[in-house]
Write a new protein. Structure first.
Length: 455
């Protein structure tokens, strides 16, 4: 056989044999291709919902999503979200090893505990009757006799209502809806007067009530239940990863911040009441356009800051007291002419924040490149400038460029929780947990780029 033909045949053979190879599809001995895939990427199942996963102004948000994203970053693995339509679909994905984790608030039952392992526990909660305040308001569970209550079929709510009906001697008209309907949607149907009663856990129902005072979720119909994420019982690797991640101080800080974000001023509900004109980024575009030129910024960058600060909710007040559209702390607001009486005024809040950014722009004037300086300003807007200045000093001392963010100043800011770093002689402001600030810079720039692509 001619040599050239032999080489050609060998090339074709190996091309066919190995065309599917790669880090995510080459099977190991004793491992299925799916298991190999899971090892290289963190596969997570969840469902659309107010606390889990939702899209707000082209930004993916949700407590469970942000926690899963942080876990993936901690593990150094890319995240792949698998959206399911029902709890049963998520459980099937987990059983079939298509995902590593169900990142969704699943409530403990004996059946689930026998088949899966609960991890990443969240706040305990109990079931309540959800209704509207009005003449037909039920004030006691015994008054449910003769009433029609809608619940998701084959759910923990369905099971509890069936048991409650037996305890009361019957009489509740139980109507079920498809398990593809979310608990959020059931509560919304009550609020919209499409149904009169449903059952939900107090944790979720109370989030809705914070944004719709016509809802009543005071009547308890169940006991406190644990809830959390699910993994397979035999998946020790994922269990160990989650255990280490939960013990990390940055994870505790993130949990606290997300609790405030999604339990008090959840963007999921803000999006339902926020009227954004067609072709606009926010209701406040006119103010961003008016004041951004003072700092020589693209107005869409200022809008991106507002989005990540408040989700465009001008009435937002954080647990630490940061207020308004741009989340100004009271002392900062006062320094730039705001008082308690006008700090929530959208235009005044934006105007004061621009003055604050102008002062940060002056502070970082040695960062000659304007695009680089924006990153320093964003980090300082989120955390204050002190720790950023420390990171610049560290970068200069150890041979990095103190005027470049990514890979230089950002690198040392990310290490300010390490004793050998925050005890360094050039560090003036001590320990700092930087995960939230680093993510804030990246996310705000990403949102700005999305806005530029749209408008």
């Amino acid at each position: 056989m001619p040599a050239k033909l032999l080489w050609l045949l060998l090339f074709v053979f190996y091309a066919c044999e190995f065309k599917e190879t790669g880090s995510v599809t080459v099977p190991d001995a004793g491992k299925s291709p799916v298991e190999k895939t899971i090892r290289d990427t963190l596969h997570v199942a969840t469902m659309y919902g107010s606390s889990s996963y939702f899209n707000f102004r082209d930004e993916i948000m949700g407590n469970d999503y942000e926690m899963a994203d942080d876990l993936a970053s901690y593990a150094g693995r890319p995240l792949k979200i698998h959206l399911a339509k029902s709890t049963d679909e998520m459980l099937k994905m987990l059983r079939e090893r298509k995902v590593d984790i169900i990142a969704y608030s699943i409530y403990e039952t004996k059946a689930l505990k026998d088949k899966f392992r609960f991890v990443a526990f969240q706040e305990d909660s109990y079931m309540v009757l959800v209704q509207r305040i009005g003449l037909k308001n039920v004030s006691d569970i015994h008054e449910l006799t003769g009433k029609t209550v809608y619940v998701i079929e084959n759910s923990v709510y369905h099971e509890r209502l069936e048991n409650l009906n037996k305890e009361l001697g019957g009489g509740i008209n139980i109507q079920t809806v498809s398990d593809t309907v979310s608990v959020d949607r059931m509560i919304e149907m009550v609020a919209d007067k499409k149904i009169e009663y449903t059952v939900a856990h107090h944790k979720t129902a109370n989030q809705h009530r914070n944004f719709n005072r016509r809802l009543d979720c005071r009547i308890e119909i169940g006991f406190q239940q644990k809830n959390g994420w699910l993994i397979r019982e035999d998946d020790e690797a994922t269990r160990n990863l989650i255990s280490k991640w939960e013990k990390d101080p940055d994870t505790e800080l993130l949990k606290s911040q997300l609790y405030g974000k999604y339990n008090y001023r959840n963007p999921y509900f803000i999006s339902q009441k926020l009227l954004i004109p067609k072709g606009a980024i926010s209701p406040y575009d006119v103010y961003f356009k008016r004041y951004a030129p003072e700092i020589k910024w693209d107005w869409r960058l200022l809008a991106a800051v507002a989005f990540h600060e408040s989700g465009f909710d001008s009435a937002q007040v954080s647990r630490k007291g940061a207020s308004g559209l741009m989340q100004l702390m009271p002392r900062t607001a006062a320094n730039f002419g705001l008082s308690r009486s006008n700090i929530l005024n959208p235009e005044k809040n934006i105007e004061a924040s621009v003055q604050y950014i102008k002062s940060l722009n002056l502070l970082f004037r040695k960062v000659g490149n304007a695009e680089e300086r924006v990153k320093f300003i964003l980090a300082s807007y989120n955390s204050g400038p002190a720790h950023v200045l420390d990171a610049m000093a560290l970068a200069e001392k150890y041979g990095k460029n103190p005027y470049i963010w990514f890979g230089h100043v950002e690198y040392y800011l990310s290490r300010k929780h390490e004793p050998e770093i925050y005890n360094d002689e050039v560090v003036k402001y001590g320990y700092f947990s930087s995960a939230v600030t680093l993510k804030y810079v990246r996310n705000t720039l990403d949102t700005y780029n999305k806005y530029k692509g749209r408008i």
